[in-house]
Design a protein around this ligand. Structure first.
Ligand code: HEM
Length: 106
């Protein structure tokens, strides 16, 4: 005899951050805009267009994007009111960067 209760619906949980594997070529290098590269060559002395430099500075980069103090906003924009054309990183971007670090910079 059929139960009167509806069987529970399995929740459709997607635990993946991004379906494709996160690599420098597929994902990470696209996170840095030309203006980021230019600014940080001057202000940081490292090259955000260079995989080896980004790998070497990855912990510092991660802290700054995660706490939203980078990419630095230029007036009239502020970290609290960022330029839509140069937004702060989303949680997914930060998680992908962290995964790329933890995975040994593929
Ligand atoms: C996603 C983009 C960016 C990342 C990951 C990034 C990362 C960083 C990091 C890790 C530092 C600390 C460097 C150190 O301790 O030696 C830093 C400092 C700095 N960055 Fe960036 N940056 C980005 C974009 C920008 C942009 C667009 C500008 C200019 C408009 C900028 C200007 C500066 C300046 C002036 C400093 C030194 C002062 C400070 O620490 O706040 N950055 N950045």
């Amino acid at each position: 005899m059929a139960s009167e209760t509806t069987p529970p619906v399995e929740p459709q949980v997607d635990n993946t951050v991004t379906a494709a594997p996160v690599t420098w070529e597929s994902t990470i290098k696209g996170y840095f805009l030309p203006s980021d590269v230019e600014c940080m060559l001057n202000a940081g002395g490292f090259d955000l267009s260079d995989k080896d430099d980004v790998s070497a500075y990855a912990p510092q980069i991660y802290v700054r994007v995660k706490n939203k103090t980078m990419p630095k906003q230029m007036p009239p924009f502020t970290q609290q009111n960022p330029d839509p054309a140069h937004p702060l990183w989303t949680d997914e971007m930060c998680a992908n960067f962290k995964g790329w670090m933890d995975g040994g910079f593929p």
